[in-house]
Design a protein around this ligand. Structure first.
Ligand SMILES: [Zn+2]
Length: 329
């Protein structure tokens, strides 16, 4: 779990890049990044309360004015990364909101979350109490949904002025419209949730909501970019005994984390392949079998029912890839 700062603070990473760790919900922390330039950019906005309560004070403490932000670069359309877009637009009306077209539908409708990725687990398990609780949580964390100003495609360049450019890299898997932003002069890549190692905490798996095959291809593509600095959306874990959980990784630790991310995804794929190889046992039975196989090697945890609720979306994505089953409805 990320350490939560007592007071909102922006940590200088070098090259005019700042990291702001922002708490949300009960125990979540999302990592936002600010890029100093003639047209400053912000990578993601957290939830509704984040820009006013955390981002503004943290940037002020580092000598920046949140109202001067000109580009809001959305790594993907999930609530903990875009829930603050409406509040950000109110604070910085001149900022342009960017998102990939495949995740644009998530920006202006709370229902796109409630009836989408965020409820895969309760729908797969038929958990109506959880479904209601998640709906309430979305309504309070995405209070002023707002449309995007610009749709960013793979390869598109965003000019921040002063010779600073950011190139968009389409990195699907976690969500269909996930984008990594490559700050070219600093060879720094902001990946949001596109690359996750072993996931957001001990005992978990990387969260793959959309497409497990695309997720593995994304890990390879990002590794080939060989970023000098990798800035993640959360404090994702390396493998047990591996590279730890720093959300910012440089040089060899970035390379190691990308290797571990590839190994973790391959381990899930191989376990699922074994679970469905003699015929499809059904999703829940396959999930139990995969978790039992992964438990010892990767330290993935299991509850009394032999399941891991946080891992359900990922297990379902790998199950779909290998069986051709439809997404949960
Ligand atoms: Zn996400």
């Amino acid at each position: 779990m990320d350490a939560q700062p007592a007071r909102p603070a922006a940590e200088q990473l070098g090259d005019g890049i700042y990291r702001i760790a922002c708490p949300f919900d009960v125990d979540g922390v999302v990592q936002l990044y600010f890029v100093d330039a003639p047209q400053p950019a912000l990578i993601d906005t957290g939830v509704t309360a984040t820009p006013g309560a955390h981002l503004g004070p943290a940037l002020a403490g580092a000598g920046f004015d949140i109202r001067a932000v000109r580009h809001v670069l959305t790594t993907h359309g999930h609530w903990d990364h875009m829930g603050g877009h409406g509040a950000m637009r109110a604070l910085a009306p001149d900022a342009l909101v960017h998102v990939h077209p495949a995740d644009a539908y998530l920006l202006d409708r709370v229902e796109a979350h409630t009836f989408g990725y965020i409820t895969y687990m309760p729908r797969a398990l038929g958990d109506t109490a959880e479904l209601a609780s998640v709906s309430r949580k979305m309504a309070s964390n995405i209070v002023a949904p707002t449309r995007a100003d610009r749709l960013v495609m793979d390869g598109e360049v965003i000019d921040l002025g002063g010779g600073r450019t950011i190139r968009a890299v389409h990195v699907p898997g976690h969500s269909r419209g996930s984008v990594a932003y490559h700050l070219e002069d600093a060879n720094t890549l902001f990946t949001g949730d596109a690359i996750q190692g072993l996931g957001g905490g001990p005992g978990r798996l990387p969260l793959v909501f959309d497409d497990s095959r695309a997720y593995r291809a994304t890990v390879v593509r990002v590794a080939n970019l060989d970023p000098a600095r990798l800035c993640l959306g959360h404090a994702f874990m390396g493998l047990p005994g591996g590279s730890g959980s720093d959300p910012v990784r440089t040089g060899d630790t970035a390379r190691t984390f990308l290797e571990e991310s590839g190994q973790a995804a391959k381990a899930v794929e191989e376990a699922m392949r074994r679970a469905v190889t003699r015929g499809d046992p059904g999703f829940i039975a396959a999930a139990r079998e995969v978790l039992a196989m992964l438990g010892d090697d990767l330290g993935v945890s299991r509850d009394a029912e032999g399941l891991n609720r946080r891992a359900i979306p990922t297990l379902h994505a790998f199950y779909r890839e290998l069986t051709g089953a439809p997404p949960p409805v």
